[in-house]
Design a protein. Structure first.
Length: 178
């Protein structure tokens, strides 16, 4: 099965598969829309999505989550096809994870929903020929596994271990109003 094509009016839009945190994807999409001269203030977007503007601001700031009731409206505004909508839903579940087990489980689900990673020798992601499959890349090492492989601390030139933990958003709702 090939990756679904983008819906109309999405060429040049940020690709959802390049993100793990849905808020960062939403922020990138807002910035992309800014470049097109489309409505970009939190109030304008909230009106379009039929969401209270203060709730949308809190979602973008990272203090609230996007609820299931708004998923369809947001996916429609983002012009996502079914596969990308499923990925957005998985991103939200990942963000809502409350413990390491859930975080890891949702992260693995995100990996299975992504097109195959070209760095592992497969088709380019998001290309029409890319298949939606489990990436053949080995799983990311845990902190303990990485420490066991590298010793007490990373040496010069050793990349830091990949950690799939959430971080605070660098973007704020006040930026969208500027």
């Amino acid at each position: 099965m090939s990756a679904p094509p983008l819906l109309p009016e999405r060429s040049g839009a940020p690709e959802i598969y390049e993100f793990v945190e849905y808020r960062r994807y939403l922020q990138a999409h807002v910035e992309w829309r800014r470049g097109l001269g489309k409505p970009v203030s939190v109030r304008q977007i909230a009106l379009r999505l039929k969401i209270d503007h203060s709730l949308l601001a809190k979602i973008l700031q990272g203090t609230r989550h996007l609820g299931p009731a708004h998923l369809g409206t947001v996916a429609s505004w983002l012009r996502l096809d079914q596969a990308r909508c499923t990925y957005l839903e998985a991103m939200i579940a990942y963000a809502r994870s409350r413990n390491d087990e859930a975080l890891h489980r949702h992260f693995e689900r995100l990996r299975t929903l992504r097109p195959v990673d070209p760095r592992c020798g497969d088709a380019a992601p998001h290309a029409p020929s890319a298949t939606l499959a489990v990436s053949p890349c080995p799983p990311f090492p845990t902190k303990t596994e990485f420490a066991a492989q590298t010793g007490p601390g990373p040496t010069v030139g050793t990349p830091p271990p990949f950690e799939h933990t959430r971080s605070e958003p660098a973007w704020s709702a006040s930026n969208a109003l500027a």
